[in-house]
Design a protein around this ligand. Sequence first.
Ligand code: PEP
Ligand code: MG
Length: 537
Amino acid sequence: MIVGRGRPVYEGVAIGRIYVHMKNQVLTDRKCSDIEKEMERFRTAKEKAAEELSALYEKTAAEIGEEQAAIIEVQSLFLDDLDYIEGIEAMIKSGSEAAFSVHEIGDAQASAFAALDDDYMKARATDIRDISDRLVRILTGADQGFRMDEPGIIVAEDLTPSETVSLDKDKILAFVTRQGSSNSHTAILARVMNIPSLVLTDIDIDQSLNGRTMIVDGFTGNYYIDPDEKTLTEMTAKKKSAGEYKAGLEKYRGIESVSRTGRKVKLFANIGSPSDLKYVIDGDAEGIGLLRSEFLYLGRNDFPSEDELFEAYKSVLEAMGGKKVVIRTLDIGADKKVDYFCLAPEENPALGYRGIRICLTEKDIFRTQLRAIYRASAFGTAAIMFPMIISVKEVQEIKEYCSFIEKELHDEGIATGPVELGIMIETPAAAMISDMLASEVDFFSVGTNDLTQYTLAIDRQNEKLDAFYDAHHPAIMRFLEMIASNAHSKGIWAGICGELAGDLSLTDEFLKMGYDELSVAPSRILELRKNVINSEV
Ligand code: PEP
Ligand code: MG
């Protein structure tokens, strides 16, 4: 039995088989020693790709329909496209390895397609990337992407937000990573998914771990690989009692969140995409206080279209049946990287080109998202929230742009519902001028994750600083008190959607400060409601 430790980011016990998640290979320009052999490898890879695509075509046509299958057909056409194939062959003949050549030519041609004006041609960029990825995978012998056949525990060096969104969430029993931090988005995702997770573990990762039995104790931070009988029995009992505790919280389902003295607070959920709705229903959320809409942009090769976004927002609004859904406009940047945004590397990404700064600079991206949200607003109770605000001027510009979008839709005969406009208070600047900002918007929601990062000057992603990252710091508490009071003096509501909202040791404080809403991981809601209902505040 191997016993190790990590830092727990969500409690619970998981027992299952290990799936090792390896990073995508980074390709470098290694020279090949035998050019003719490399050309032959490329030709064989092409044949294999064609076979794979033809099988995929049959499957898609049978299971989904001819129209969807046609997309696969377009990809196979690239295997005969002279520009593409001859470009790759020329690179191999100049001495580069086949996989690197495919990657380089694929990337260059995809960028060229993406830059074209015609929407149909633009969309071909994704096809070239997909076919290139397939060829690289065949050439490098990498497996068919990461796939889980049955539920299991994911062990990885680290997981980026875009890697986590591509995983099959129904099959994940726990995350165990060597890197990561308690405040990273992967940790946040584990909380949404209600699964025990450890970061900063001492685990030695290699493929030999695949399929072995592992126990993850999210209460203590311990893990066990190939557990002995005694450990397995003890941990099975611990898992059972954790399940019983959860079952005991069921009596708090479906009731109002009111303290003993009659203070009411709404308990909302934080989610990343429509696929998280099941956790919202399971968790008994009274609404959605933070839909991190950037997750709809991660794990793909090109921008989602207005219609795709509209369908996603509409499905969430409809599923919530009139309960409020606060959609945060995209907060790309910092640790949430997306290749097709083509963002230049930055020295300090957390202080850089991110969130609302991108939206206000690249209005096309903003427009597509706002149009989709306003269109979806006709199907439920939508609110829009803007991240990383620092000034009144920004808010005024945003409001003006929102009115323009609404009018544009009305002129096109498209209906919209009433939409509240609010902002995240997650920079010290916004907190300090929250009295001024409160006159401009319908609500505030405090992003304590970033507010703590920027107030304490501590990078939330840097695991070495976890011990210094003190979200209970008096500076944060003072800010929280001030923000709620400034909101209420201007007659608007205030909530908290950062991780601190779910900190059960602070529920009384938040009630005293008068917060109207706490938005937390869906799995936290019943426990938080128990706390509110038993509070004497
Ligand atoms: C926050 O900063 O507290 C927040 C809720 O936003 P995110 O964690 O997505 O940055
Ligand atoms: Mg934030």
